[in-house]
Each structure stands twice: as structure tokens, then as C-alpha cells.
Ligand binder design. Structure first.
Ligand SMILES: [Zn+2]
Length: 498
């Protein structure tokens, strides 16, 4: 009986003391008005959905950068500014012209798409077949074949692979080999299981890609994919010449920005290690480009996706500058998430703090919430920082749960994956959701995801839980690790030389 009393008393004392300490932390005093102000600016109608490549996306980056300045963050090593330029290439097909096979005239989109190339007119030019048109250490499909000035025809995909995505990616690379060998045009005969309409949608329209590091000749010659319906017309035995007359696929450089700020840690040794707090600030824009619009609303405000995460980062900046952690913190607001995780991809390839000094990353991004008693952490159980996240949530009355929809493979579908693939333990801290249900879909990538629809009492707790979790992790005596056997453990061992 006595022991039990003592234990109870001790527990009360420890928990009580802990609660007192939590109340002294700056995140405890975070104000609902302040987080609401961030959301109402970032997700305002005036920001027109912050689409990457559009000026309001740069305005959002500027807002984050100037908030970093206001709180006194430093720029990372040797940088003049908080903004890291991320060069994109806007690819725009003009979609005029035809490909003539015998007497058949193939039309742009319906029968073929052109992915790159200048306006070109070729009349009765000899064709040459090159198999896959693939070149690597093991094979060279151009060996002994003269393709100079000719139209090169290749079967779709790459040798020895039945993975359709690998074949798609490989096919996009092959035009280089044709151009290097002097081809006048490069045509591939599409034959994957994805319907032609899906391919023209995904590959055939206006597209924003990361700009390639070097300009290449492959941009000059037409790179054409012909629909599977027409493959028979391109038989090696019967086809000897082709004509085509096509307009250009224009390319223009467009600048977007990641935003980075650094806060030095308070511990003389641990400050050489960084915890990286990230969130994307871009969204999908306005009008049909963004998705389904309504008669009265065409702006995708992206309050949940991801003014929430951006606000969590800005709130973390404020809390940590008032009371720094032992480890240093690198704050990153990413652009380009909605067009393929491209801002974070660029950062992972062009880091401004050496990746091996970055011991952990907590991304803040999600699809929305349907349970305001929870936070959902994608990858919660995959690193040994699970207990800090659980404690961080609990301190603000929330329960941290792990991914409720593992079949969706969310971990690899958000920005955290790009640092994770480099080896850095990197879960994604998201608002509480227990399933992709009607409540989530009501707002996810909808024009209704606006500041008016947000539960700010919940958002305040969510931000506090995020910050306190990050604080507990940044103050840990030892750096976090992946759980044994995780798919990114090997990259972890390589990165940190374990
Ligand atoms: Zn999104």
C-alpha cells in the first residue's frame, strides 16, 4: 500500500513538474491569432493557389523568407539570401502538324505526341529501325548503323524490363542517343498497358520539369511517341520513308525557390548536428489546372495542403529562436511538391548544409484531418524517435497514430522521401486522419480547402505538438535511427559511415 502511494506521489511529482516545464516553453504560448494570420495570408484568394512557376508561388516564398528574417534566422553556409533558386523548365507543345505514313495522316494528340524538338519539316526521308534504340555498357543499338539525317524508329521502353514506369522513364531518355548519332527525328512506338489517353494527358501537355543541368542536342530533333493503334503501319518490312511537318515544343526557364534558414543549437558539440524541419508551401493554382472548380470558386487555396505545414514551420521558427534546442535546426520551405516533389528533390541533390550533418528530418504535410484528437505520422514506427513524437503530441492532448492507409504508400509520396532516400530518418507529421473518407475528400485538392473552413483550435494544438516533438528530438542525447531492417537503413549507413 505504502509503496503504491509513494509511486503515485512520485508520478504526480514528475508529471506535474513536466507539465510546469512545458508551460514555460515558447510553443505553449503560441497564439491562435498568429497561426490564423499565417493561414489567412498564405491560403488567401489573392495568392491564387501558389502554383509552382506562377508569381504568387514566389510571393509565398518571399513571405516565408521575410518571416525567417523577422525572427533572426541565419542563412545557410555562404548564402546571401534565404531563397535557394530552383530552376524549372516549362515545356509547352504547340500541337500543330502531322506525321505522314504512306497516305495516312497522323494527328497530334489523337495519334501521336511530341515531347520535345524544334519545328521540323521532313519529306520522304529514309527511316531506320534500331530495336529499342538503347545504349549502355552492355549494348549499343546504334553500333554499325548509319542514322545520320534519317528518321529513327524504336520500339518503346528499355531492354529487359517489364516495369511500365521504368519503361516510361527510359523512353524519355532515349532521344539523346538518337540525337548524338545524328538522327533527324526520333519516333517511338508506344505499347504499354496504360491507355493512350492517359499518356497524352500525362506526357503530352504543358509540363513543368526541373531544368536539366546541361543543355543538350536532344532538344533540337522531334521526339515523337506514336499511339499503339498505329504500330502496324510502322513495320520494318514495308516502311522505307516517312514525312512529317510539326511545330515546336517550346521550352522556357522558370525560377522558383526553396526557402532555407538556420538556427544554431545551444550545445557546443551537438550544434554541429542539424534537425531539419520541412514543409512545402506550393499548391495547385486556379482553374481547371488545379482540378474540379465550381461556378462560384475557382481558387485552390490549399489551407490544409499545405499552408498548415508552412505555418507549423513559421511557428517553430518563432518558438525555437526564443528557446533554442541543443542541436541546430535547419528550416526548409519547399516549392514544387504538387508537381512531383520537385523542390525537395532538387534540395536533396543540392543541399546547403552537408546531408551527413543532418541527423533527422520531420516533414509537415498532409491531406487534411478527420479526427481532431490525433496527429497522423507517416513513418511513426519506422524510426526510434517514435517516443518523442508520441510525447510531443500527448503534451497537447493529442494522440500520435501511424499511417492508417499503408496501401497508399504515403511515405514515398511526399517530400520526406527525398531526404529519406539519402538515408536521413524522415517521417511526415500530418493532421489527424484515420482513413481517406468523405471528410478528407471534401477538402483534399478541392476549392473548398480555404481558411474559413479551418478549425483553428485544432491547428494551434497541431503546431504545438509538431514543435514540441521536434524539440524533444533535437535535444536527444543520441541521434535518431531507422528501425533495423528499414528499406532506407542501407542509405543511412552509407551517409553517416556506420
Ligand atoms: Zn497536395
Amino acid at each position: 500500500m505504502k509503496t503504491k502511494h509513494l509511486l503515485l506521489l512520485l508520478t504526480f511529482f514528475i508529471v506535474g513538474a513536466n507539465a510546469q516545464n512545458i508551460k514555460k516553453l515558447p510553443e505553449y504560448k503560441l497564439s491562435k491569432n498568429e497561426i490564423e494570420a499565417h493561414i489567412r495570408f498564405i491560403a488567401s484568394d489573392e495568392m491564387l493557389g501558389r502554383r509552382t512557376g506562377e508569381i504568387t508561388n514566389n510571393v509565398a516564398a518571399r513571405y516565408v523568407a521575410e518571416n525567417f528574417r523577422l525572427q533572426g534566422l541565419k542563412t545557410p553556409n555562404g548564402q546571401k539570401d534565404y531563397l535557394q533558386p530552383v530552376p524549372f523548365e516549362l515545356v509547352k507543345p504547340t500541337k500543330k502538324g502531322e506525321v505522314l505514313v504512306g497516305t495516312d495522316s497522323l494527328k497530334w494528340t489523337k495519334d501521336f505526341i511530341m515531347l520535345s524538338g524544334k519545328a521540323t519539316k521532313l519529306e520522304n526521308v529514309p527511316v531506320v529501325f534500331v530495336g529499342y534504340g538503347w545504349v549502355d555498357e552492355k549494348q549499343d543499338d546504334y553500333k554499325g548503323i548509319d542514322v545520320k539525317g534519317k528518321i529513327v524508329i524504336a520500339q518503346f521502353g528499355i531492354p529487359n524490363s517489364d516495369d511500365p514506369n521504368e519503361n516510361l522513364r527510359g523512353s524519355s531518355k532515349k532521344v539523346d542517343f538518337a540525337a548524338k548519332n545524328g538522327a533527324a527525328a526520333f519516333i517511338q512506338l508506344y505499347n504499354l498497358k496504360y491507355p493512350w489517353a492517359a499518356i497524352t494527358n500525362y506526357m503530352g501537355g504543358e509540363k513543368l520539369n526541373l531544368a536539366p543541368a546541361n543543355a543538350s542536342n536532344s532538344d533540337l530533333i522531334p521526339h515523337i511517341w506514336v499511339s499503339n493503334v498505329h504500330i502496324k503501319k510502322f513495320a520494318k518490312e514495308t516502311l522505307s520513308t516517312l514525312s512529317l511537318n510539326v511545330s515546336e515544343v517550346s521550352k522556357k526557364t522558370v525560377m522558383s525557390y526553396n526557402v532555407l534558414g538556420v538556427l544554431e543549437g545551444s550545445d557546443p558539440v551537438l550544434k554541429n548536428e542539424y534537425v531539419v524541419l520541412t514543409a512545402h508551401f506550393d499548391h495547385v493554382g486556379t482553374g481547371k489546372k488545379g482540378g474540379r472548380v465550381t461556378e462560384s470558386d475557382t481558387i485552390f487555396n490549399g489551407a490544409r495542403d499545405n499552408a498548415f505545414g508552412t505555418t507549423a514551420i513559421l511557428s517553430a521558427v518563432k518558438a525555437f529562436t526564443q528557446k533554442p534546442t541543443k542541436r541546430s535546426i535547419l528550416f526548409i520551405a519547399y516549392t514544387g511538391e504538387e508537381i512531383g516533389l520537385l523542390g525537395s528533390k532538387y534540395y536533396a541533390e543540392h543541399p546547403l548544409v552537408p546531408l551527413k550533418q543532418c541527423v533527422y528530418s520531420l516533414d509537415c504535410d498532409g491531406a487534411g484531418y478527420n479526427d481532431t484528437t490525433k496527429v497522423t505520422v507517416i513513418g511513426l514506427e519506422r524510426t526510434d524517435a517514435q517516443s518523442q513524437i508520441e510525447a510531443g503530441a500527448k503534451a497537447y492532448g493529442l494522440t500520435a497514430i501511424s499511417d492508417p492507409a499503408p496501401e497508399q504508400n504515403l511515405f514515398d509520396r511526399s517530400d520526406n522521401v527525398n531526404l529519406a532516400a539519402k538515408g536521413i530518418p524522415s517521417p511526415d507529421f500530418a493532421p489527424g486522419f484515420t482513413a481517406f473518407d468523405a471528410e478528407i475528400n471534401k477538402f483534399y485538392h478541392q476549392v473548398s480547402d480555404s481558411p474559413e473552413s479551418v478549425n483553428y483550435n485544432y491547428l494551434l494544438k497541431f503546431c504545438q505538438a509538431y514543435i514540441y516533438s521536434a524539440r524533444l528530438i533535437a535535444d536527444r542525447p543520441t541521434a535518431p535511427k531507422w528501425k533495423a531492417g528499414d528499406k532506407y537503413e542501407k542509405a543511412f549507413n552509407e551517409l553517416y559511415g556506420k
